[in-house]
Design a protein around this ligand. Structure first.
Ligand code: GH3
Ligand code: MG
Ligand code: MG
Ligand code: MG
Length: 308
């Protein structure tokens, strides 16, 4: 082993740096400060870390920029500025942005002892007193970005179906539209026909690919609906608009799937789906119960069809 363990060229220390640079590319930072010199200095520090930087001169301007740009992931803000200070900016941001959507670091040259607490209580991830030590700035910057990345990962792990990347059952029942929605809505339960046979004939890996295909097709047909994998080869679609449109789209989907021949690892695969569809303003569990009954009827009536 001719590379000393503590050498910066040692592989084990290069990989985290590469990962971090790759990660940084995906973050866009908004620097908010009334001093042009301070903004320029922060920009140079951040750009050295391969972060994309944009600037605002005060809290109000920051809010405007954030609404316009909508892909900012980190805000670094000064405290005292004309037209909305940093703490007020953080409070305003936390009304809309959750910790997985946006991170905030506060900065100030003020000697006010309670300022750190003010920033943190308003929802900032961290705070640094100016002038700060560069190494400390980078350490706090990275731990804040790491926190944001972990929050995002956790959200996906908890809410997304691993195989098909649709929402999972947990997300479906936790969604505010599912929990608190008042008024009519449409719901469909869709199940692949004879999926067990497909698995037994072609193998589970082909079955998995069919599930992914179906999930993609559902998301293409219903970009404006909540599509979730309920389990196995069963999906639920919740739609808030006209039942006419919903019904017609489902009909087209059923036909489209039956007419399509997939080529998966050299196998020509055909499959069909059965669907139960309901609408109304009953609670979600009642809608699901009724849809399940319709689905059962669609299966008994010969499959490859929908029952309303
Ligand atoms: P029906 O037409 O009545 O719906 O029959 P079916 O064979 O589709 O229904 P059944 O409930 O008997 O079988 C569902 C099968 O789905 C059994 C299970 O092994 C398979 N399955 C569940 N989850 C997955 C998965 O993630 N991947 C694969 N490949 N198969 C799965
Ligand atoms: Mg200032
Ligand atoms: Mg089935
Ligand atoms: Mg099933």
């Amino acid at each position: 082993d001719y590379i000393p363990k503590d050498s910066p060229t040692c592989i084990s220390s290069i990989i985290p740096i590469l990962n971090r640079l790759k990660r940084n590319n995906e973050h866009k930072v908004l620097v908010v400060d009334d001093s042009a010199t301070a903004r320029r200095y922060l920009r140079s520090l951040l750009e050295r870390q391969y972060l994309t930087v944009i600037e605002a001169r005060n809290g109000d301007e920051a809010l405007e920029v954030i609404n316009k740009e909508n892909d900012i992931t980190l805000v670094i803000t000064d405290y005292s500025m004309p037209e909305r200070d940093g703490v007020s900016l953080v409070k305003e941001l936390r009304k809309t942005f959750q910790p997985r959507q946006l991170a905030v670091i506060g900065l100030s040259a003020s000697d006010e002892a309670s300022l750190t607490a003010k920033f943190l209580k308003a929802g900032a991830n961290d705070f640094l007193k100016k002038p700060f030590n560069q190494e400390e700035f980078y350490c706090r910057l990275h731990s804040t970005l790491n926190f944001l990345d972990s929050e995002r990962q956790l959200y996906h792990l908890a809410n997304q179906d691993y195989l098909t990347k649709t929402w999972n059952r947990r997300y479906f029942f936790e969604h505010h539209l599912v929990k608190n929605f008042k008024g009519p809505r449409c719901l469909a339960l869709l199940d692949i026909d004879y999926f067990k046979v497909l698995n037994d004939t072609y193998g589970h890996h082909i079955g998995d690919l069919v599930l992914i295909e179906l999930a993609n097709t559902l998301q293409q047909y219903f970009p404006d609906a909540l599509v979730a994998r309920f389990g196995g080869e069963e999906f639920c679609i919740l739609y808030g608009n006209s039942e006419d449109i919903f019904y017609r789209r489902l009909q087209a989907l059923t036909q489209d799937i039956a007419d399509t021949e997939l080529t998966l690892f050299g196998n020509a695969i055909r499959y069909t789906v059965s669907t139960g569809v309901v609408n109304g303003d009953a609670n979600i569990h009642e809608l699901i119960r009724r849809a399940d009954k319709c689905l059962y009827q669609a299966k008994s009536a010969g499959r490859n069809q929908m029952v309303q």
